[in-house]
Design a protein around this ligand. Structure first.
Ligand SMILES: Cc1ncc(COP(=O)(O)O)c(C=O)c1O
Length: 359
């Protein structure tokens, strides 16, 4: 029996060819293809929001936090449930992470709890579209507007997705995408930051390259360095992969959407399982997590917890006692396999194993 893995990287053939072509050009570090990838991202994903390509989503998040003006002593209301790199760059800025609870029936941030956690020290709101289920952006934006706060979206799981007919990446002040190895669109490692205010783009590009403005002139340092920057740029090898994969994104997404709807169709009537969804991760809630996992393992099917409540990590200051929904579901969530090499039959089989496990 072939093992069904939780993840499996998908690199389209066109992306492999693009990498080989790039390796034979004078630019393999940041060069013309990075600029082309940004243009294509704006055309297909972020529209009037400007795109800045970087080496990872974590870098994109850090740049967004700097551009949002987050500094030492500030508070940032952020998701308790996410991959920790949503929240760690808040600590780079020496600000405090204030965890907002998940919603009762999902792993996404609860807008009502965001509103409760805002204080006079709050500098920004951060959200993550967990597993590819869009957050309640209109409610979140309304809260942000009321308090004059920027919204930063961690869209690591949400490349190509839409919220109420608007593309994620074209909605709030900053959106950060991940092209890490197993993401829906991968460049092995890479990320994209999209920015609403065009006046911030020059600074973002300087921050990604040591604080200097890259130029083709003789004196590449002519404009000097007035702010400490980082080495956060994307390579042309990654950009070449990204351009090719972005051209195929509709096809890739369609495949993931088919898997998600097959999960939904086959899981919703299993008593003891609540289907949460997700285009990128299939998230379920169940009281019988161990029983299900045991059965899946017996059938060579991987499942996993993938992420965890971030107050588990002492760097954030210890466990909080004001996220009751997280307390209720922390032992109930489970992630099922989703990737390009699975088909409908695999998903039906996975659901059948779960159904039998709960009989
Ligand atoms: C929700 C979330 N945010 C951020 C990241 C960080 O992405 P990267 O590895 O591109 O820095 C990940 C990575 O898996 C993630 O899952």
């Amino acid at each position: 029996m072939n093992k069904i893995t939780l993840f499996h990287p998908y690199v389209p053939e066109s992306a492999k060819r693009a990498v080989l072509r790039t390796l034979n050009t004078p630019w393999i570090g940041q060069g013309p293809q990075v600029a082309e990838f940004e243009k294509l991202w704006e055309k297909k994903i972020s529209y009037s929001h400007k795109a800045v390509a970087v080496g990872s989503c974590t870098y994109a998040l850090h740049l967004a936090y700097i551009l949002a003006g987050i500094r030492e002593g500030d508070e940032v209301v952020a998701p308790i449930f996410t991959f920790p790199s949503t929240n760690i760059p808040i600590l780079y800025q020496r600000a405090k992470v204030v965890f907002a609870d998940v919603k009762k029936d999902s792993l996404n941030i609860d807008p009502n709890d965001i509103a409760r956690k805002i204080t006079s020290k709050t500098k920004a709101i951060v959200v993550v579209h967990y597993g590819g289920v869009p957050c309640d952006m209109d409610e979140i934006q309304a809260i942000a507007n009321k308090h004059f706060l920027p919204v930063i979206e961690d869209a690591a799981y949400a490349t190509g997705l839409t919220y109420r007919d608007r593309k994620i990446g074209s909605i709030s002040d900053f959106t950060c995408f991940s092209f890490q190895a197993v993401k829906l669109l991968t460049t092995a490692t890479g990320g994209m930051l999209t920015i609403k205010d065009p006046r911030l783009v020059g600074r973002a590009k300087r921050l990604r390259w040591f604080g200097a403005q890259k130029s083709d002139s003789d004196d590449r340092w002519a404009k000097g360095i007035t702010e400490v920057g980082y080495r956060y740029q994307m390579t042309d090898i990654a950009a070449a992969m990204g351009i090719a994969a972005l051209k195929e994104l509709d096809k890739t997404l369609k495949h993931y959407q088919e898997l998600a709807s097959t999960y939904e169709k086959n899981l919703t009537d299993i008593s003891g399982v609540t289907y949460i969804g997700g285009i990128f991760l299939c998230v379920i809630l169940t009281q019988n997590r161990d029983r299900i996992r045991h059965s899946l393992t017996k059938h060579s099917i991987e499942s996993g917890l993938v992420d965890c409540r971030n107050d588990r990590f002492s760097i954030f200051g210890g466990r909080v006692n004001n996220c009751p929904n997280m307390d209720k579901i922390e032992n109930k969530y489970l992630i099922l396999p989703t990737h390009y090499f699975l088909n409908k039959k695999d998903v039906e089989f996975i659901c059948q194993v779960i159904r039998k496990a709960l009989k």
